[in-house]
Structure formats: C-alpha cells, structure tokens
Design a protein around this ligand. Structure first.
Ligand SMILES: *Cc1c(COP(=O)(O)O)cnc(C)c1O
Length: 427
C-alpha cells in the first residue's frame, strides 16, 4: 500500500506538533509504524491522502454512528453556517437539543452543553461535589473520563496505551480525593463506602467500559452501584460519552435499566462536531450557575453548528431502524470473528455489546482492566497491521473499543471477517 503522501505529511507534522498529532493514540505508537492522513471520508470508508480506501471501525472514535459525511448532517451544518457560526447568546438549536436529550434519556430532566466529553465529566464531578458537599469520588481502573486533573488517575484510552494512566503534571493533592477501584468488584465498593463514611460525593463509571478495549458489567453490578450510592447519599454518575445514543436511543442506562443521578454525553451527540453535555435530576442541575453556587461556563457551548449536526444525527437515528441494524451488524461481526479465531487456533476473547466491540488475545475472559492486561499486545500489533494492509482500519491500540455504523453493510462485515481470518492464521 503506497503511503508516500502520508509519510511526507507526518514528517512535516512532527516538526510543529508534539508527536505529530493532536491526540496521542493517533500517533500509532502502540502498534508501531506511522499514522495515515485522511482528507475524505464517506459512509463506513476512509480515504487516505494517497488514495487508499479503508473500512473504518474507529468512526472518529464513536461519533460517526451513521457513517462519515452523512448527507443530512452535512446539510444541517451548511444551513446553520449560512446564518453565522457562533452568537454567544442563546440560539434556538440549544433548546431543541436539550429537549431531545431529556426526551430520549428519562433520567435527564435538565442538561447543559459543553464542547467536549472531558468538560462534561469534569463539570459533572464538580457539580456532584458541590451538591453533596462532599469531596471524594470513586472511579474505576481503566475507565476514562477525559483528561481533567482529578480524573486522570489509572485512566484508560491513550493514558493507558502509553503506560502513564497517571499523568505527570497532576499534583498528588489534586487526586487525593479520587478513590480508584477495580471494575466489576462488588466488595471493593462496599469496603470503600465503609472506610469513607459520609465523604463520597459519587461514583463515576462508564456503564460499559470502552476505554480499555471493551468489557461488560457483571449481572447485578450496575444495580448494586445504584443501590449503594443511594443508600449513602452519594450520586451515581454514568459517563455515557461513548455509550450514549449508541447502545440504545437512551444509552446504556436504557439497555441495563438503571437510573443514574447524573449522566455525561459527547461523541454521537455532536455528529462529528466538538460537543459534550451533562445532565440529570433537576434539583442537582439547578445547583449550576446562574441558579446555584457551582460555576461552569463555555464561550462556544451550545454552538449552533455543533447543535445542528447533533440534532440531525439524533433525528436520523430515531427516524430509521438504526439500533436494530446496529445490533444485527454487531452480532454478525462477533460470530464471524469468534469463528475465525477458533479455526485459526488463536485464543481470542471477542467482547461485544451492540455496535461496540473488542477482541483480546487471551484465553481468559475479560471483565476488568487486570484481565485486559493479559492480552498479548505483540500479537495485537501484528493483527492490526495485517488488517490495515488488507484495507480494514481498527483503532491503533489494544485498549480501545471498535465501533459499527449504520453505513456498514453485511458485505463489509463479511469482507472484514475474511480478512481477519487470513491475518489470524499468520499470527
Ligand atoms: C471520549 C470519552 C471522554 C472524553 O471525551 P472528549 O470529547 O475526548 O474530551 C470521556 N469519557 C468517555 C467514556 C469517553 O469515551
């Protein structure tokens, strides 16, 4: 595969951008080699600057649930742009968006928009602390809630990929109120509440963690977290930046029938523009300025282009039979991949939930970060490059979830599975 133009651009990028990228996993350090540059994407395909076409399972890390450059989203953004790119005073799209979120996610009675998932999580934590008048937060090993200081402790995604889940530059004092526990471990949570009576503001969790690959909550685990937080006057915060509007129209909370106090969103809700949101019970949300004492703001929050893109994305998801299709594609991919691994004799745990998936190279089930770390990462590297050379793009790290869109077809999945079957036999 010719990648001359990508190589030239990357050499230039390295001179001016740290590591040549604006977000670390994109640099391909976890898999070796160099990133390719893209100047066009449509449907489930990316086209790099050298003209190579790839079936994309990264989907700009989740947002492109309808595939890339969906005509309705592009039209909505163009139409909005004709009227101005930002006003700094309320615009009608903000009301439409807020109303849609509240209707789709019943636990959310009021919602505020941000510019990223990081901001949404950072603000939700501040709000939980302000509302409960408590300082401590429980988070889980390998869960990623963006790169705000107090949450960058044993975090997933790039932080984990590069072996620094605890970032330099975060004073210990900033994270001393963050309690980090293993995911899916009931006992650890009970013990933490016993040891920190009346001090825990809340638990923040990815209900289906997708930033250390992908694993699912054990039966009863999310129910247990709902109950223990409620009984201690703590808040349950679902970080649905990845799962929101993806695992169901109402997110993981609809799929698993749990009602959190606060939720955070991003990715799908922005339709590929920079957006985040956090929302929940009205009396908690009313603690935010200007009504309450918890400060939170944003020059571009509720930006009309971003709102227009997000609204178009959500409307199209609702108008089509999107979720049924995504479930079908996910099941097809999982069945195909498990078969391919089995016939190649390679031990793989292929975890899948709706349109999210991850294959780990281990013969042991993966329920948390410690299990995920058993995956053979050297094998993953060879697998990743084998697939890339066959025209299939997976996230360039073992510790990222893969995504499907409604633009993928059964034929795309078949092609992917047969490419994977070939590569697996060479591992
Ligand atoms: C992507 C992600 C974030 C951070 O969102 P950004 O928009 O990258 O700041 C937070 N939480 C989860 C679960 C995510 O997947």
């Amino acid at each position: 595969m010719n990648r001359a133009q990508s190589e030239a651009l990357f050499a230039e990028a390295l001179k001016y951008i740290p590591g040549g990228v604006n977000s670390p996993v994109r640099a391909f350090r976890a898999v070796g080699g160099q990133p390719f540059f893209v100047n066009h994407a449509g449907g489930c395909k990316l086209q790099d600057v050298d003209g190579n076409e790839l079936i994309d399972y990264v989907l700009t890390w989740g947002p492109a649930i309808l595939g890339h450059a969906h005509p309705k989203i592009i039209a909505a953004v163009k139409a909005a742009a004709d009227h101005g790119t930002s006003f700094g005073i309320p615009n009608p799209f903000e009301v439409t968006m807020a109303k849609m979120i509240c209707e789709l996610v019943p636990s959310v009675r009021k919602v505020r928009m941000t510019n990223s998932g990081t901001e949404a999580c950072m603000s939700a934590i501040r709000l939980a602390r302000g509302f409960t008048k408590r300082d401590k937060i429980i988070k889980f090993d390998g869960c990623y809630h963006g790169h705000a200081d107090s949450l960058l402790v044993r975090a997933g995604s790039g932080a984990l990929t590069f072996g620094n889940p605890d970032s330099a530059g975060v004073p210990a004092a900033f994270t001393q109120h963050t309690i980090v526990l293993p995911y899916n471990d009931f006992e650890a949570v009970t013990a933490a509440f016993a040891a920190n009576q009346d001090q825990i503001a809340g638990i923040i969790i990815e209900p289906v963690p997708g930033n250390a690959g992908l694993y699912l909550p054990k039966p009863g685990y999310l129910e247990f977290l709902r109950e223990i937080t409620a009984s201690h006057g703590s808040l349950l915060i679902f970080d649905e930046v990845m799962t929101g509007f993806r695992l169901a129209k109402g997110g993981a909370q609809e799929r698993f029938k749990i009602t959190p106090d606060l939720s955070t969103f991003g990715k799908v809700i922005g339709g590929g523009l920079p957006v985040g949101a956090f929302g929940g019970r009205a009396e908690i949300m009313d603690y935010l300025a200007p009504l309450g004492p918890v400060y939170q703001a944003g020059t571009l929050s509720g930006n009309p282009l971003a709102m227009a893109a997000g609204i178009a994305n959500l409307q199209e998801l609702l108008a089509t039979d999107a979720y049924a299709k995504l479930e079908q594609l996910g099941a097809q991919l999982a069945a195909g991949m498990r078969d391919a691994a089995k016939s190649a004799g390679v031990p793989v745990q292929f975890n899948q939930c709706g349109s999210m998936f991850c294959g780990y190279f281990t013969d042991q089930p993966v329920h948390n970060l410690a299990d995920a770390m058993h995956s053979d990462r050297e094998r993953f590297k060879r697998y990743f490059h084998g697939l890339l050379d066959s025209g299939v793009y997976l996230a360039p790290s073992q510790f990222e979830a893969g995504f499907l869109s409604t633009a993928h077809t059964a034929t795309d999945i078949e092609k992917t599975v047969s490419a994977a079957a070939k590569v697996l036999r060479t591992l």
